[in-house]
Design a protein around this ligand. Structure first.
Ligand SMILES: NC(=O)c1ccc[n+]([C@@H]2O[C@H](COP(=O)([O-])OP(=O)(O)OC[C@H]3O[C@@H](n4cnc5c(N)ncnc54)[C@H](OP(=O)(O)O)[C@@H]3O)[C@@H](O)[C@H]2O)c1
Length: 239
């Protein structure tokens, strides 16, 4: 499926959801910048808009995001990566992990000013290369390496292994919510992330510090859909 078709489907799926005034229910809207409005970034950002948060979606070609933001209404806008980072009180980074170093080189000092940087990105061999993924692993895995690339940023890893195509349908599901394992070292950033995750209809489960972020990648035991209790049980077996 092309990115353009995926974005169109995200907008259609969200239009069908009941309106959820999460931000208004739990606090003030938080300005959110999305770096990487591809499959996962657009789906997540759309859920934040639906919860009442103003969101700037970014691309190196922001004109390609016109239909996405038009479909999401006045809280959504498109911009460059620099504009999205400047806009957000919280920034969500949803890019190929191999691009993280470049984001750090260009934007680390701006990102360090943010209350929260959510790292949704994963090192994946078929996209980023075996050698790169091995090097990330050798340095402690995604999490510690993100902190190295983005010095000073208040990072929480989250949503790393919930597929873009399932996010909209799983949000606010009836009965027990889907758990989102998160890892981070900064208490304030963790608290903000937990609040945002609840507002968009999931239950955050802190599995440990940023070093535990290496377990938050697809194909690992914490990947996929789990209840909060299952996440706690699985996390207890990891170190
Ligand atoms: N897809 C999923 O189901 C899923 C689930 C959980 C986590 N993730 C993780 O989320 C990340 C993105 O995955 P995706 O499937 O959404 O990929 P995608 O659809 O290919 O989107 C990636 C986005 O990253 C942006 N990007 C790439 N290089 C960049 C750079 N150097 N600077 C700024 N932006 C850059 C691209 O923006 P432009 O080309 O428009 O500039 C593109 O919109 C990956 O790390 C993936 O492992 C994906």
């Amino acid at each position: 499926m092309t990115k353009r078709v995926f974005l169109f489907i995200v907008v259609l799926a969200l239009a069908a959801l009941p309106h959820v005034a999460g931000a208004q229910a739990t606090g003030s809207p938080l300005k959110i910048g999305i770096v990487g409005a591809g499959r996962e970034g657009s789906a997540l950002g759309a859920l934040f808009v639906k919860a009442g948060h103003p969101v700037t979606f970014s691309s190196r070609h922001p004109e390609e995001l016109k239909s996405l933001v038009a479909g999401l209404g006045p809280l959504a806008q498109a911009g460059t990566v620099e504009e999205a980072i400047a806009f957000g009180d919280a920034v969500v980074i949803v890019i190929p992990y191999a691009a993280m170093e470049q984001i750090g080189q260009a934007h680390a000092s701006a990102l360090a000013q943010k209350v929260l940087v959510i790292d949704v990105s994963n090192p994946i061999a078929r996209r980023d290369g075996e050698a790169f993924v091995k090097s990330v692993g050798d340095q402690g895995g995604a999490g510690l390496v993100t902190a190295k690339f983005l010095p000073g940023a208040h990072i929480v890893r989250a949503f790393n292994a919930i597929g873009a195509g399932k996010l909209t349908e799983l949000a606010h599901r009836a009965g027990e919510p889907v758990g989102v394992p998160i890892a981070g070292d900064d208490p304030q950033a963790i608290a903000v992330a937990q609040s945002l995750i609840r507002e968009i209809g999931f239950e955050p489960v802190l599995v440990g510090g940023l070093a535990m972020g290496r377990h938050l990648v697809p194909g690992m035991p914490l990947g996929g859909e789990h209840t909060p209790a299952e996440i706690r049980q699985i996390a207890g077996t990891l170190h």
